[in-house]
Design a binder for this molecule. Structure first.
Ligand SMILES: [Zn+2]
Length: 414
């Protein structure tokens, strides 16, 4: 079969005024001046990064005391719009995945249980035992099926739209703990696995999965462990839940797991990025990169103990983009401080589009941040002014500790 021609993400677009480009169209229909407000209104280009979102994430909450009571995706959307970074042409409303799409990886019993529990708003003892639904971690809540199915629908759609190449951002995605038959760690479904299966369905073979969330992606390892055409690199806090992803664990040969100590700083992430992530992804020559940028690895997150600033995440993304992957899918993940998540993930969208974060946010953007509440957490009582007025954190540089260097050495010997 003839190989499709695939252009790198940053290739110069071809100009063709005769036909508007669109997803699924050959790249010869690419049009130009993506990002120019005068033309972008009339022109659709595969080359513009796409933002997948949905209003379901604005008001849906896992409950009053759950870490996922805070708004996340809606903040990113509102901030991006306030900055003029998200014209309607770049936004895609996420579809809700149908059960048949979800059972590409999840069990039919589990998907049926999620739908039934949403309708009844109650989980049985059997649901608790078998699917771990109705626990403190994975509670029953109003949109227990629709919300994860919408995040997963976005990731599955992204896999389809990326067939010919491009860049897609689905900040609602990144539920990397979900298991085939049960909920796990706030994740009811596993949209990264479903996204990668969707890419595979489109003929995209070699996938590099890079995960810098504070937690180890145990569910993704269940999905793709032992797959030689999938390289999985995870940087996560040592001994943090789920306590998997030890350095010795290679998931059947295709995972590089780097547990890092508490207080992991920007300089250490820069070291890991240049010594491990970039060379390994480059050598792998992926047809697609899936990047999960959990915002719980930053200093102000209430659930982990790492000390990154949001610059670290943006710099890893820039380094991956510099490799010019034919396809790039960026997913959200964890992140439980509403200001950290909103600022970090909006900055990710800025990096994808080549925008510089303004030193001081315009009033509309500040208003989005000032309206956020973080009830029930000490960080919400007296938030510092720069959480309202900036996107970029002050860098948190420091010593690159021997423990980090030694762990990277261990992995480089593989
Ligand atoms: Zn996490």
């Amino acid at each position: 079969m003839k190989q499709r021609q695939v252009l790198p993400v940053h290739a110069k677009p071809q100009i063709n005024f005769k036909e508007k480009g669109g997803f699924g169209r050959p790249f010869s229909f690419w049009v130009y001046m993506c990002g120019n407000p005068l033309t972008v209104r009339y022109v659709i280009s595969m080359q513009c990064p796409r933002f997948i979102g949905h209003e379901i994430f604005r008001h849906s909450s896992y409950g009053r005391w759950h870490p996922l009571r805070v708004p996340r995706v809606s903040t990113v959307k509102d901030l991006s719009r306030a900055l003029g970074w998200l014209p309607p042409e770049q936004f895609i409303t996420s579809p809700r995945a149908k059960p048949a799409a979800l059972t590409q990886w999840h069990t039919p019993d589990y998907i049926a249980a999620l739908q039934r529990i949403e309708a009844d708003q109650t989980a049985s003892e059997q649901d608790r035992k078998r699917h771990d639904i109705g626990s403190v971690t994975n509670p029953v809540f109003g949109e227990i099926f629709r919300r994860p199915a919408t995040a997963a629908g976005g990731s599955i759609l992204a896999g389809e739209l990326l067939r010919e190449g491009g860049v897609i951002y689905n900040p609602a995605g990144g539920t990397h703990h979900g298991m085939p038959d049960r909920a796990n760690g706030f994740c009811y479904l596993n949209d990264p696995v479903l996204a990668m299966l969707s890419l595979r369905h489109q003929g995209v073979r070699r996938i590099a999965y890079i995960d810098i969330d504070a937690h180890h992606p145990d569910g993704v390892e269940v999905g793709f462990g032992g797959d030689p055409d999938c390289l999985m690199i995870s940087v996560h806090e040592d001994r943090l839940w789920p306590r998997t992803g030890q350095i010795e664990n290679d998931a059947g040969g295709n995972a590089l797991n780097l547990p890092v100590p508490r207080g992991f700083n920007d300089s250490e992430m820069a070291f890991v990025r240049e010594a491990l992530i970039v060379p390994r992804v480059q050598a792998f020559q992926p047809d697609a990169i899936v990047f999960l940028c959990g915002a719980d690895a930053v200093e102000e997150d209430p659930l982990s103990h790492l000390s990154l600033s949001n610059n670290a995440h943006w710099d890893v993304l820039r380094a991956l983009m510099a490799l010019s992957p034919p396809r790039l899918l960026v997913l959200g993940g964890g992140g439980y401080n509403p200001w950290s998540v909103g600022r970090l993930w909006t900055g990710i969208w800025g990096v994808l589009n080549g925008y510089e974060a303004p030193e001081v946010l315009p009033p509309d953007a500040q208003a989005v941040l000032r309206a956020l509440r973080f009830d029930g957490n000490r960080r919400g009582k007296n938030p510092p002014e720069h959480w309202f007025t900036t996107l970029r954190d002050a860098p948190r540089e420091g010593v690159v500790r021997d423990a980090v260097k030694e762990s990277v050495d261990v992995l480089l010997k593989r």
